[in-house]
Every structure is written in C-alpha cells, then in structure tokens.
Design a protein around this ligand. Sequence first.
Ligand SMILES: Cc1cc2nc3c(=O)[nH]c(=O)nc-3n(C[C@H](O)[C@H](O)[C@H](O)COP(=O)(O)OP(=O)(O)OC[C@H]3O[C@@H](n4cnc5c(N)ncnc54)[C@H](O)[C@@H]3O)c2cc1C
Length: 454
Amino acid sequence: MHAQVLTFMQPPPHLIIGAGLTGLSCAYHLGQDYVLVEKENEPGGIVRTRNRHNGFLCDGTGHWLHLRDAGIKALVNKILPDQLVEHERKAVVHLRDVYTPYPFQANTFGLPHDVGMECLLGLLKARHPGDFGLTAPTAPAQNFRESVERLFGEGICKHFMVPYNEKLMGVKLDEISATYADRFIPRPSLEDVVKGAFGFSRESLGYNAKFVYPRNGGISSLPKALANALPVPPRYETLIKSVSLGERTATLTTGEPIRFNHLVNTMSLKNFVGILSDAPAEIRAAAAKLRATTVHYFDIGVRGKGDIASNYHWIYFPEPEFVFYRAGSYSAVHAASAPKGCRSYYVELSGGDAIELLKHPEQLRQRVLTDLKRARVLSEADEILFMELCDIPHAYVIFDSNYEPCRNQILDYLASNDVSTGGRWGGWNYGGMEDALLDGKAAADGIRNQSHLI
Ligand SMILES: Cc1cc2nc3c(=O)[nH]c(=O)nc-3n(C[C@H](O)[C@H](O)[C@H](O)COP(=O)(O)OP(=O)(O)OC[C@H]3O[C@@H](n4cnc5c(N)ncnc54)[C@H](O)[C@@H]3O)c2cc1C
C-alpha cells in the first residue's frame, strides 16, 4: 500500500537558485522538473542593461561576448538570430601619457625609451637567463607575482602587471596563487614582443581580440532571450532566505517552503553557505576564509565631441595617479548605446586611492572627471549628463592560499549533499558569460545522468 502511494507521488522538482546566465542555462538544458527562483524582477543577474537618462544603455561595466565553445555559440545564435555583431577589440594601455595597444607585454613601442628598454631587457632575461649570467629558477613559482615575473620579466611587471593587477584586486600579488587567471593572460612569443617594441604589433593576441555584442537591447537581450526560451519561466522577486540540506527544503522570505530533490546554486558561494541552516561549523569556517574584491563603477553619459582617447573600447590604467583601473565605452563599441551626439562610459574602481575616496562620493566624482580629462577621454567642452555610482560585490574572487583548500572543502560537502554550485560566484571562480552558460549546462547534465542511474 505504502509503495503504491509513492508511485503516484510527484518527485520534488530540482531547485535552481538565481536566474543569471548560469541558472538560466541550467533550466534551459534541464527542460523540465525544475523551479528557477530569482530575487530580482528580471533575468540576467550581473548581466543586466539599464536604460539611463532616457536612451543610454549601460551594461553594468563592459560585457562583451567571447564565444569559443561550438555548442554555446549555436545556442546563442539560436536564441538571438541575426542579432550578434562582431567587433575587433580597440583596447589600449595608458602609461606615461602614452597610449599603447593591449596587450602591454607585446606593445611597448612609443613608450619612453627607458620604459621600453626595461620591458624588453627584462623579458629577454626572464626567457634566456643563461645569456645574462643568470640561473633559471628550478622550483615552481610560489605566487602570482613570481609567476608573472618569470613569464614577462621585471620591466613589464614593474610598469604594468603588478600595479594594474594590484589596483584591480586591492591586494599584493604575492598573496595570490601562481596560476591565477592563467587562461586570460596573453603570452606573446619573443618574436611578437620584439616586433611590438618596434611598432609592428599583432593586435589580435589574447582571448578577447574579437567579440560579439547584440545589435539591439544591450547585453540584457541574451538572458532575456534565454528566459523566454524556457518551458517554465523563472519565479521573479522570490528570494531564498534559508536552505536545509537535511530536510531538502528551501524557505522564501515569505515563509513559503520549496521542497527539492537536487539543488543547483548560482548565488555567491560565500553567501550560500551563510543561508544553509545545517552547514557544519568547519564549512562555515571555510566560507569565512573566502575573499573577493568589490568593484565600484560609474556609468557616465556625455554630450560632446570628446578628445583623442574618447573612442577606445576600453583602456587599462596601471598608474596609481589615475583613480580607476579601467575605463571603457559602451557607445564606442556599439554607437546605438547612446543617443546621437552623445557617448557613454563605464569607469571601474577597486583598490588604490579609490578605497579612501569611496567614503567621499562627491570628491570621488570630481577626481574621476579630472582623471578622465587628464587621460583625454573627456574634453573640457564635454557636457556631463549623468554619473551613476554602482557596485558589484564579490566581483573578483581572490585566489589566495586559502582559496583552493576552502573552496574544495565546501564543494565536496555540497556534492555529498546532492548540491551543484556553479557560475562565476556560485563556483567561486574567474569566468566569463560563456563559462556561466557552460556551468549551467554541466549542472543540468549532471542531474540528468544521476536521474538516469536511479
Ligand atoms: C567587472 C566585470 C566585468 C565582466 N565583463 C565580462 C565580459 O566582458 N565578458 C564576459 O563574458 N564576462 C564578463 N564578466 C563575467 C560575467 O559577468 C559572469 O561570468 C556572469 O555574469 C556570471 O553569471 P552567473 O549566473 O554565474 O552569476 P549572477 O549573474 O550573479 O547570477 C546569480 C543570480 O542569483 C540571484 N540570487 C542571489 N541570491 C539569491 C537568493 N537568495 N534568492 C534568489 N536569487 C538569488 C541574483 O540576483 C542573480 O540573478 C564580468 C564580470 C565582472 C565582475
């Protein structure tokens, strides 16, 4: 009798927390038996376009699509037919009042001679230490600083790698693990470096030399199209307050319980452990050790003609005298992102002077404008239409010595409780939008394979 009742009972659905790209992709690839909950009133998470000041489409800092995986390419083209426009990167580094193409390590031409020589000589010493009477290190690099010094040499590290990355992450590079951001750092050949030092650069180096971007609606059109393609739409404005893994129940802020079979988490791993009502103390302790940096950014709308650096896609600023680490332009990539005669920018801040200035927003605003004029991104004649300050908590996970053991400990605990966790923050990792789509698919595949075994 008992067995008969069970056969008529619906198995509890799979619960997916978060309708960012990871959660949406998981729901899409599962196709059935899921509940996708999202605390906001629209899909996309960080990937979200805001219409500011009547007609400026701002994406929450630059969100350019780099598609390498054939399956994800096919999916994106299917849900956004005829929408993707290919762009060639126009990215530069600003140093000593000179703009040099990105990546810095292969484009030192035009820099003051002392800088160029330090960079080239440093790289030669790092790659051919024997020719300079030096000995190549035999032990593996202990941290990110050592790792980039061995790859690029002293000069490139002194002028770009170290100051830029320390400003971005707000911590010293010797706190970061040696393999951090391996995939994202272009490694030019010696030939590329020498050619780049004499002005014959190959600008197509690196993972982001070309990218695609939607013709209409900003980057939001991607998560919106994915949400529209779902058989069961997300439940918006639904915030999970707590989760009991033992009872297989999540509780909403309204008090409503949601029973689940398998749970897929895409909210920040650190926050997720915080809402687990039955997580053991050692898992909470591991989560407390996970560190990340918050990025603050200004969306800026401008009317006017601008200056010599107004139309780069994005610019890296390694020098401490510039308060931001990067400034990009939505409208330089896609002119329709701003009304006619106008331009739009995102200016990103994290470490350095920004930390203190964030306590004084008006001073920070003035400093950002002064620095943008100094860098000739803005001209004196430009009219500033708006400046909106926002933040992205946990934007860059810090790969310090606790990162691997603590993250692994938490992931093992979650896996043993039938929980998948993925995406840039759910997986506590460094990945782009394509990685999020892949992570969501992997979670769905994992659930399907498990159900098949049962
Ligand atoms: C500064 C910056 C620039 C970037 N630029 C690029 C780029 O140019 N190209 C690129 O490919 N990638 C870029 N990325 C990476 C990209 O943003 C991420 O890889 C991607 O957005 C991750 O999506 P996600 O779904 O994993 O996470 P999220 O977008 O964070 O989704 C998680 C979702 O969970 C929801 N949520 C959280 N808590 C709860 C709760 N308790 N209950 C219900 N819902 C909840 C959130 O509202 C959110 O919608 C950039 C990232 C940053 C920080």
